[in-house]
Design a binder for this molecule. Structure first.
Ligand SMILES: [Zn+2]
Length: 364
């Protein structure tokens, strides 16, 4: 593996700090455009659900196209109602467990971009019996408190139904293990970080293929941006880069995939069975170049690949993942060495891929 690039640390902190739940990804899309604006030989395109494509064309005629999808949205909540006493009710956007929501700080972003920090109110333990204490409170009985007295006061601030709520963490940060970064939105901003680095490295490369990096929208609510973007920017082979579970913490089952274990090659998840040719060819590149990798399976959940594979008469897909502890919480943790492994693997794969490789993937 090559040395962990400095870009990965800086970008992992910057992108995790940005706020953007499903349907609210514009801040992230614009940041990506800004970060890549000086890269030569690429162009940007958008689709009508907000997905952003960064297109690098090959000079070769009829070159195969490989797309890499990285979803831009994160999980959060939306304001659903404000009661007369000034408490704010909310609904999950993406998967949340009530256990980790209570007594946490969140940011409400209004339609004009004003931000307010609130806390999810909790009952003091003195007032609860044992039965109540042993249960997880359903999210629909929780509320956000930003310290106001009435609905009127809340509305005066510009807060309304539909406003975005994101986990509040002052900033993502490096742990004493310098390769590990804790942030609220590594799912899936850390894959954007990998995508940006891949495009930077490829800037001066003449490839035999067209490469399209796609920042997709609305993955967390059902792979919606992946569906429209893969229709607009159809590819011969598509990768989704996303985070996967990490199993080396107390209470989790043992698995090879953990922080520091390298790129996780996804064999299957609830939506996708990765293409066999793709798995083999990616594994070969990893093996031949001594890039760390594990095989991974996610029995719950899926990635953009699940929607992409169903475009037109089908697209060969594979998910490559970055292990993450504590996914869908304020404090997910990744290891930058794994991000570097994914970058190295993808760059080498894209550099070696050509028409002949694609021919070899065809069904007889
Ligand atoms: Zn994700």
């Amino acid at each position: 593996m090559s040395k962990v690039s400095k870009n990965l640390l800086n970008d992992s902190i910057k992108y995790s700090n940005l706020n953007g739940i499903s349907g609210n990804e514009e801040v992230i899309a614009l940041e990506i455009k800004k970060d890549l604006k000086n890269i030569k030989g690429i162009k940007f395109e958008r689709d009508n659900l907000g997905s952003l494509a960064i297109i690098k064309k090959s000079n070769i005629k009829n070159a195969p196209t490989i797309s890499i999808s990285v979803h831009m949205d994160e999980v959060g909540f939306m304001v659903t109602s404000i009661d007369s006493k000034g408490f704010i009710k909310f609904s999950p956007i993406g998967g949340w467990w009530g256990h980790i929501v209570l007594a946490q700080k969140f940011i409400i972003t209004t339609s004009i971009g004003k931000e307010y920090i609130g806390v999810v109110g909790s009952t003091p333990p003195h007032l609860m019996d044992r039965v109540k204490m042993s249960k997880v409170l359903p999210i629909d009985s929780m509320f956000l408190d930003i310290g106001m007295n009435s609905k009127k006061e809340i509305e005066k601030l510009g807060i309304q139904v539909g406003d975005m709520i994101t986990p509040y963490q002052e900033t993502a940060f490096q742990t004493p293990n310098k390769n590990r970064v804790i942030g609220k939105a590594h799912d899936n901003r850390i894959s954007i970080v990998a995508g940006l680095e891949i495009m930077r490295i490829l800037e001066n490369e003449e490839l035999d293929i067209n490469v399209i990096l796609i920042g997709t929208t609305q993955e967390e609510v059902g792979l919606r941006g992946a569906r429209t973007s893969s229709y607009k920017w159809t590819s011969d082979v598509a990768f989704a880069i996303d985070v996967t579970f990490c199993y080396n913490t107390p209470g989790m089952k043992e698995s090879d995939t953990k922080l520091g274990s390298g790129a996780a090659l996804s064999m299957f998840d609830s939506y996708t069975i990765s293409n066999k040719h793709l798995i083999k060819s990616v594994e070969n590149i990893a093996k031949n170049n001594k890039i760390k990798y594990t095989f991974d399976s996610m029995t719950g959940g899926g990635t953009d690949a699940g929607a992409i594979q169903l475009t037109k008469d089908g697209i060969k897909v594979m998910t490559i993942s970055i292990p993450s502890r504590y996914m869908h919480s304020h404090v997910s943790m990744i290891d930058l060495q794994d991000v570097q492994s994914v970058v190295d693997l993808m760059v080498l794969y894209l550099k070696e891929f050509n028409k002949k490789t694609l021919e070899g993937f065809k069904y007889k």
